[in-house]
Design a binder for this molecule. Sequence first.
Ligand code: ADP
Length: 670
Amino acid sequence: MRKFKTESKKLLDLMINSIYTNREIFLRELISNASDAIDKLYFKSLTDSTVALNQDDLAIRVSFDKDARTLTVSDNGIGMTEEELERNLGTIAHSGSEEFKETNAEAQGDAVDIIGRFGVGFYSAFMVAKEVTVMTRAYATGKTFRWTSDGVEGYAIEEVPATDPAFKFESGTDVILTLKDNTDDASYDEYLSEWQLKDLIQRYSNYVRYPVKMMVTKSRQKPKPEDAGDDYQPEYESYEELETINSMTPIWKKKASEVTDEEYNEFYKSTFHDYTDPARTFSLHAEGALEYDALLFIPGRAPFDLYSKDYEKGLELYSSNVLIMEKCADLLPDYYNFVRGVVDSADVHLNISRETLQQTRQLTAMAKRIEKKITGELERMRDDDRAAYETFFENFGRGLKYGIYQSYGMKAAELGDLLLFWSAKEQKMVTLKEYADAMPSDQKAIYYAAGDDRDRLAKMPVVTAVLDHGYDVLLCTQDVDEFCFQAMREYVFTPAAEAAEDAVADGEAAEAQEPQEKRLELKNVASGDLDLATEDEKKAAEEAAKANEGLFSAMKEALGEGAVTKVTVSARLTKETDAPACITAEGPVSLEMEKVLNAGPMPEDVKSQRVLELNAQHPVFAKLQAAQEGEDADKLKLYTELLYDQALLMEGIAVPDPVAFAQNVCKLMA
Ligand code: ADP
């Protein structure tokens, strides 16, 4: 017996004894090797005229024997000579074994990581087999060799004489696994089941270029006997037939014009286990240093677990038609986590780990391009099929907003124009660009209101005040909205072309028509200074604030410690017909953010700095002044509390003491 090299032994031992979760991938590895071996023979035939090859005969065969508990993967490829057997199968992971020696010390722990790093291909067979036999005949040698190993200490190689029934008359290789015995924890019987093997082949090797054939049991109706009576019941018999299990031609390698929508939809549904057709199907073909094809889908509906932590994003990654990762997360940014699809590149090497891939740089390059492609497709969808885009946005818009928030606004340029918000003025969903383009020329910011109910928001005094001004307000009802806007801070855009055309019409210089980038601040109508008041109004408000200092500090005191940071004259509510008061917030935390942050699973006890703003034109304001002048402290307290509570109610915030509020209302009536 020949011994495995030390490092091979260690690696093998680690792998076999690790509870590797994806044992089944061994079949994919063996089929890939078989496919490579056929490739080699095929390529040889292209350059060597002595190689007579019938391309139709090239195939991989999977067979099993339940009684003997063996599973065999055969190919009629190039085969191996004795030296090749020794070199290729005697040193596990020969390409990586030197490196393994060096990193051996720290590598001991994580078998999955090691498998990923070194790619142990053929040896993954030992995850399910207690013994592996390789019968092989290299092309044009006339010799058959048998390699056997239990995957522990070493292996044996012997030549098989032509008189032996196992002698191979054709070039190629049979890899015969004697499956491990079942244990309490693991059953290996699934590798002896026709339909389970079929499933594995279709799952992992569906797009291997050569047919993967297996004997399958089928059923057929027996011919009706001549003398069958009227009560004849059809009889069935089962029979066996060699069937090609894989589909071979990858759909993404076909020209889009050759594939029907129906076929794409079926592929999408069967591959990604969805029962709804995709909303959009698009593909990408990259050439150059890194070549790959991608077929991508935007699902028609959100999977139920999209927003749960169990949801795994990722694209299927193939290397020359062989699946190497079912969900390659590195290919998609989080905000495009809903995209499904397939990426196939011959430049990415087959590597059995789902956890680690060595080609991070290649993946990064692909991911970048894919991200751009998705953005472009979404933009197209937004522009040519608005109804579909709105459905898409209902399904996945939240993730895009999170993308901006989580990137601290860095992704605003890419994602900002994909967002839709409800316009109070237009009564429909609009993009920020549409909002900006429709703005009156004197408007300096984008206004929004955040809360959980659109109808309530529309009626809020702070919203109607801005609408009365002739400015639109975006009504935002998702908890992420305001965080997204805060991360963006401003919306940067290039105004619609009409403006530039006007400039030309005015006879301005040609350079002037180059549309200038514009920046608009995103302002919550219930926070900070909206800068809506005219100079006169501002002055009047300042004067009123000064004149009523005593009133305001008395009211602040009446509300008790910490209720509001300030009572002041409102620059938002300036007409007699506006509401008498409203609550706004100073500083970075808005009233809505306070609500969202404190409602989470881990309440953060965040407090906004509340301001009670009074409408100086409203008749109630005069009543307050009168109470203050008449030194009627009880009345002032009653009015102040009532105004504060109703302002909170209009904001959708619960009043701190509902009983006191009810009693105050009664006091007023009595
Ligand atoms: P990898 O395929 O990543 O090189 P493996 O451990 O799977 O690593 O296989 C090692 C080598 O053994 C292959 O590179 C190939 O040369 C050889 N080999 C494996 N299976 C076959 C086969 N069915 N026919 C011919 N050669 C094979």
